[in-house]
Design a protein around this ligand. Structure first.
Ligand code: G4P
Length: 527
């Protein structure tokens, strides 16, 4: 097949950083942007992060929305590459947004704190990456602190995260004794010098580890390095690009982000080896990024970017073809053709209107609620991208309306918020109380606040005894019977699909055992 736009596609890298809070994601983002010339001084990204963090209150978050949106996608160039870094939500709460962002990238960077090792959120995020075999590079951060033994950390990543590690660099000492890293392939010793600009001191190239110059340069610490690498040779794996691209192996770098140490080594390997935009599965076929017709799918929706206009912005990942301003596209779910004259591309500092964009790029489309998560745009083909899931919520609240006359507005608000992917809504088969379900509890506050300010609905939450949900499908007769017998626990989600809400894991297991003919799904694709 002819490779359309080949140069543009091949030089793009679209990725996200995954880490447990405080491992150093913001710091690394900032350093990457500095290398990419997208920001001029350290502190810019941090200022945005604190602006977001300082405000657990949604009101304040709304004031800051311009900021958080700008940083949702950061585009920068490095060497000849065009890099799109997609931000995953910064708060500690785990949200569906994070999952969905991961469906829009071609690879991820995993940051691990060398003091803490593998933490819970990293584990969860990695599971999501595994669903799509996303290639992962690893940066072990904070080597300037007394952390865990590097060999231990490698061992932990391999056993807990179930992924092979291929160390690319190896640290010499840590904390006060941190001298730098040795690049196992380039055979370069890079000295750490916290006083030097960007923390990088002298770089010395060796013949191999036996080189006597190493003894001169490292003194007594050379033995540690040699011993470690000898152990590594027995235990770790050499870097294999194929295994990395298949998501089976992660190249590992060590450094100190705050001192910009190790970042450039990582970035160079990243642009050289991370995948350019990959082919993507649609329901009917797999679409190559080199195809000429434009296609894109919505993975994230953010509301009311401009409080004066009350509109929403849908983030589309381009999968094939070329976007040009004013082009006509087919909105496949509705079957309507629309003109994309008002698209935004996201830069590190600013949102700017865009004239051209290519596979791997993210464009933002303003709309008034017509676009839903998972929607596909094409140039006429009846195509639907797959793999943008909803996950079974783990937290539930019953919504009690304070003004009974507002039930229509409540329904509208909850349904629209669910379409944006903020939360999921469930309407009972029996009774009238809506249930809101979320993957992380922070979303509950967001929903209440937005119901009040955007939909003029006052409501409160009441606790409700559910712990998980499953979407149920199967033979119609059996489903009818199930709905009769389990009516109290049966709900319809925002898209009208049958869901079973379970009060305990035990109860869920039991129900599934009793209804073997039916299928219970923990995830659901957006229609
Ligand atoms: P996050 O986005 O993953 O949550 O992490 P972030 O970059 O905000 O870093 C969390 C904390 O760790 C910050 O300290 C940051 O300065 C520190 N940090 C990041 N990289 C390194 C490193 O290489 N070495 C050391 N020693 N610390 C590092 P903080 O006290 O929470 O914030 P701040 O007062 O420094 O702004």
């Amino acid at each position: 097949m002819q490779k359309h736009n080949q140069l543009e596609v091949d030089k793009r890298r679209t990725f996200a950083i995954i880490s447990h809070p405080d491992a150093g994601k913001t710091t690394i983002t900032e350093k990457l942007l500095l290398f990419g010339g997208a920001i001029q001084q350290a502190g810019e990204v941090r200022a945005r992060k604190s602006a977001r963090y300082a405000t657990s209150d949604w009101m304040e978050m709304e004031k800051q929305r311009g900021i958080s949106v700008t940083s949702s996608v950061m585009k920068f160039t490095y060497r000849d590459f065009e890099i799109n870094l997609l931000d995953t939500p910064g708060h500690n709460d785990f949200s569906e947004d994070t999952y969905r962002v991961l469906t829009a990238v071609d690879s991820v960077l995993m940051v691990i704190d060398s003091v803490k090792g593998v933490e819970s959120q990293t584990k969860k995020l990695l599971e999501v990456c595994r669903l799509r075999s996303t290639p992962i590079m690893t940066f072990i951060n904070k080597l300037d602190r007394e952390g865990r033994e590097p060999l231990d950390l490698i061992d932990e990543i391999e056993s807990v995260l179930q992924i092979q590690c291929a160390p690319m660099t190896w640290p010499v000492g840590m904390g006060k004794r941190f001298r730098g890293t040795y690049h196992l392939y380039r055979k370069e010793l890079t000295f750490f010098d916290p006083d030097a600009e960007q923390g990088t001191g002298q770089i010395a190239t060796m013949n191999d580890l036996a080189d006597p110059r190493l003894d001169e340069l490292l003194g007594s610490q050379v033995e540690e390095l040699r011993n470690d690498v000898e152990l590594l040779e027995g235990a770790a794996h050499p870097f294999e690009e194929e295994a990395y691209l298949a998501g089976l192996q992660t190249p590992v770098f060590f450094g100190s982000a705050i001192n910009t140490f190790g970042i450039q080594q990582l970035l160079d390997t990243f642009v050289d080896h991370a995948p350019s935009p990959l082919p993507r599965a649609a329901q009917s076929r797999v679409v190559s990024p080199y195809e000429e017709p434009f296609t894109a799918f919505a993975f994230k929706i953010q509301a009311n970017m401009d409080p004066a206009h009350r509109d929403r912005i849908a983030f589309f990942r381009i999968c094939s073809g070329k976007f040009t301003r004013g082009m006509k596209v087919r909105h496949v779910r509705t079957g309507r053709d629309t003109q994309l004259s008002n698209a935004t591309i996201f830069m590190a500092q600013d949102r700017t209107n865009v004239d051209e964009a290519y596979p791997g790029d993210i464009i933002g489309i303003h709309n008034h609620g017509t676009i839903k998560i998972g929607d596909t745009f094409t140039q006429g083909e009846d195509l639907k991208y797959t793999g943008i899931p909803s996950f079974a919520p783990e937290h539930f609240r019953k919504v009690r309306l304070l003004d009974p006359l507002k039930s229509k507005a409540l329904e509208k608000g909850l349904t629209q918020l669910a379409e944006e992917g903020t939360t999921q809504v469930f309407r009972p088969l029996m009774g009238s109380d809506w249930i809101v379900g979320a993957v992380g509890v922070l979303q509950f506050d967001v929903v209440m606040h937005r119901l009040e300010y955007e939909y003029n609905v006052r409501a409160t939450y009441e606790p409700v005894g559910y712990v998980t949900a499953r979407w149920v499908t199967g033979d119609k007769r059996k489903l009818d019977e199930f709905q009769k017998r389990e009516a109290m626990a049966c709900y319809l989600d925002g898209e009208g699909r049958l869901a079973y809400l379970a009060p305990s894991q035990w109860r869920l297991d039991n129900t599934m055992e009793n209804w073997k003919e039916l299928e219970f799904h923990a995830t659901q694709e957006h229609n």
